[in-house]
Design a binder for this molecule. Structure first.
Ligand SMILES: [Zn+2]
Ligand SMILES: [Zn+2]
Length: 279
């Protein structure tokens, strides 16, 4: 019963988030056109991102039950009871989600099995709000949620965890703005559009950096923080892959390459290396 309630709540949240996001995507696109900022947007690519975004919402709704069962299993076997009536509990949950999100995102770039879903988000060649809705369809299927299960085991309620992850994703949406928004001293603590632009860049110096969600402090602690290179222009898109505006190719293309490379590899050890090694 609780599972079904939380799932339908998550579905409504996902749908509302997507509609709100698309409104901002349209406003930014219209502004860029009116202000003749031709370099920030490509019409076909923006439309492709919107199509991929719609697919990701459908996929999320269809597959959300997959994570509900393990979350409630771990919560049933929790080691502490954490009542969510205090600011301390919400603060601790925020830090916990930030910590596990950092490792989930870092693994999504370093483990090819997870990269197959996450590469979708990095495939746009222009950095703007439409890139934020260009999300993978297969994240749930590939088990990305396992990174957050320790929080349920610790005693945070799964609905509270899902809510906090959702808030982080809402914040991250605005990190993809094509406007340069310097945030002064906040750049030390928070993930900002400037930091996330570097995360999306395919320049050698920018690869595998700035994995944070709301905070950038875990990148500073674990040595993955980087600032934009001063001596070269920033490029976007997945290194070594040709960009496509076909939504199916964007959403599932990396899985195709992964299957091809697994079939080509010889022996179980090499196949495991392809699946779980770095992209
Ligand atoms: Zn990423
Ligand atoms: Zn992003």
């Amino acid at each position: 019963m609780l599972n079904i309630q939380s799932m339908s709540g998550e579905t409504r949240f996902t749908g509302a988030f997507f509609l709100l996001a698309m409104t901002f995507v349209f406003l930014e696109f219209a502004y860029a056109r009116l202000a003749h900022h031709e370099d920030t947007h490509d019409t076909a690519e923006t439309l492709a991102s919107a199509s991929v975004g719609i697919g990701s919402v459908v996929a999320k709704v269809v597959t959300s039950g997959l994570s509900a069962v393990p979350f409630f299993f771990f919560y049933t076997h929790r080691i502490f009871d954490i009542p969510m009536q205090t600011a301390w509990a919400w603060g601790a949950l925020f830090l916990g989600v930030e910590f596990f999100y950092y490792w989930f995102h870092r693994a999504s770039h370093r483990v090819r099995w997870l990269w197959a879903s996450h590469a979708v988000h990095h495939s746009a060649t222009r950095f703007n709000l439409s890139a934020a809705v260009r999300l993978g369809w297969t994240g749930q299927l590939s088990g990305a949620f396992v990174f957050f299960l320790p929080l349920a085991w610790l005693g945070f309620h799964p609905v509270a965890i899902a809510f906090m992850i959702g808030l982080g994703l809402l914040y991250q949406f605005f990190l993809h703005t094509s406007f340069d928004v310097p945030l002064g001293p906040l750049e030390w603590v928070l993930n900002t559009p400037r930091h996330h632009r570097v995360h999306h860049a395919s320049n050698e110096a920018c690869l595998d950096t700035n994995y944070g969600s709301v905070l950038i402090i875990f990148d500073r602690i674990f040595g993955t923080f980087a600032q934009a290179p001063q001596d070269e222009p920033i490029r976007f898109g997945v290194k070594g892959r040709t960009a496509s505006n076909n939504p199916l190719k964007i959403a599932l293309g990396e899985w195709g390459y992964l299957v091809r490379d697994v079939v080509r590899a010889r022996g179980i050890k090499n196949r495991m290396r392809v699946l779980f090694g770095p992209p």
